[in-house]
Design a binder for this molecule. Structure first.
Ligand code: HAM
Length: 421
């Protein structure tokens, strides 16, 4: 029976008392991105499984352990999206968006699904806000994406979240780096976890991202990618930083960032909040992906973007005491006594709502006392009590619930709305 009244593990209901905070968060992020020219795109919740294997990478935790993959009734393997970048790249290719004006800039606000161990900011269904920019190889694009991430955090009041950046170089500098990593991790073959031993052969960079504590310790002493960047990648990274410096955007260079997905080249970054307990909360991450579009069969087009985890952003905002706008409450409760007054209250409420007033009337057949109690409970600003007398006089008293003198009003929506305004 518990299955009927308990949500699946790792999922979460967002109740009416919480939705105003979510709406504030989502509208702030979407409108901030809009100021940089990003327009919202909406994509399907599930895609062909091959799309994620090919783009996210088949040696990543996401693909190896965390995807919700199933065979549908048509015998096709489909997967609930674990992230947005792959689906958006697919949509951009499918609809020829990369043939229009470049750079193409899109934003998204989506649910994602990962079969992870739930706990401390990890869910199996979670929300991401993100942006993707296609068509520019210039460091200016990286800097703009980072500036936007910083702007989003600042606009939400999250000054304490730090922008940590790194460069993963290109295919060429990666070769020398992978060689160095193999030499380094080779010394620890007897201590690495089984998955990492496999990764060492297929994709040694992934070992740097292993969550096992023992492997993390070993990875801490690994060579830094920044020492292996080729001249072009190094110049690119310097220019990204120079632009951030010019704009006064604070950041920290963190050479251990490799990200958990395979498609990244050159700039990568994470948005990190450190809780008073010392726990690091990664509120978002992103970077440049040079080859993804080509991997999917498209023209040589680079992309860059980021995604923020909305559950993590919201809990950080609450922990940091960030301000949220107040939810507009009920302006007026029309309390009625008897059938005729009930009908009139219904009619007035209807007319008032059309004029933008949040009005409510009795739907429960309650006594006047119980209706007043309800008005109090929902924090209505005003009440009007309607009975036979008020209907006969075509006038009633508008009573402020927070105290103060009642005001006489004619029983028309216009007159009531005028006093409420
Ligand atoms: P990601 O780092 O895998 O990147 O996810 C982005 C953010 O989503 C994380 O920093 C975290 O805040 C949130 N997140 C991830 N997994 C969970 C989870 N299980 N529960 C709650 N929140 C979670 C990407 O997804 C890339 N697509 C970002 C990107 C866009 N790169 C380029 N463009």
């Amino acid at each position: 029976m518990a299955y009927l009244t308990t949500a699946p593990r790792g999922t979460k209901d967002i109740l009416p008392a919480e939705t105003p905070k979510w709406q504030h968060l989502e509208s702030t992020l979407l409108s901030t991105a809009r100021r940089y020219g990003f327009r919202e795109i909406r994509i399907p919740t599930f895609e062909h499984t091959e799309l994620f294997d090919r783009s996210v990478g088949d040696t990543t935790d996401v693909v190896q352990k965390e995807m919700y993959t199933f065979t549908d009734k048509g015998d096709r393997s489909v997967t609930l999206r674990p992230e947005g970048t792959a689906g958006i790249a697919r949509a951009a290719l499918e609809h020829g968006l990369l043939g229009d004006a470049l750079p193409l800039k899109v934003s998204y606000d989506i649910t994602c699904f990962r079969y992870e161990k739930p706990g401390s900011g990890r869910f199996r269904e979670f929300h991401q806000f993100g942006v993707e920019l296609y068509g520019s190889t210039a460091p200016a694009a990286d800097s703009e994406i980072l500036a936007l991430a910083y702007d989003c955090l600042a606009t939400l009041g999250l000054g304490s979240v730090v922008l940590e950046i790194n460069s993963l170089g290109c295919k060429e500098c990666r070769k020398a780096y992978v060689k160095a990593l193999l030499e380094y991790f080779g010394q620890y073959r007897d201590r690495l976890c089984a998955t990492c031993l496999e990764r060492l052969d297929k994709n040694p960079l992934r070992v740097l991202d292993c969550k096992s504590p023992e492997d993390k310790k070993i990875a801490a002493g690994a060579p830094s990618i920044l020492d292996y960047l080729c001249d072009d990648c190094n110049a690119h990274f310097q220019e990204v930083k120079a632009r951030l410096d010019a704009a006064g955007i604070p950041y920290l260079v963190e050479p251990t960032i490799v990200r958990g997905l395979d498609y990244y080249t050159r700039t990568v970054f994470e948005l990190v909040h450190t809780a008073p307990t010392g726990e690091r909360v990664v509120c978002g991450g992103g970077g440049r992906y040079g080859d993804l579009i080509q991997e999917l069969g498209g023209p040589p087009t680079e992309g860059i973007g980021f995604a923020m985890g909305l559950e993590r952003l919201l809990s950080t905002m609450i922990a940091e005491g960030c301000a949220f706008p107040e939810e507009p409450g009920c302006d007026l409760c029309l309390v009625s006594m008897g059938q005729a007054a009930g009908v009139r209250a219904f009619q007035l409420a209807d007319q008032l709502r059309r004029q933008g007033v949040h009005a409510q009337c009795d739907l429960m057949g309650r006594s006047v006392k119980a209706q007043m109690k309800y008005a109090n409970k929902i924090s209505a600003k005003y009440v009007i009590v309607l009975g036979d007398d008020e209907l006969a006089k075509e006038e009633a008293q508008l009573k402020p619930m927070q105290g103060g003198d009642p005001v006489p009003v004619a029983l028309t929506a216009e007159a009531i709305a005028r006093v409420l305004a």
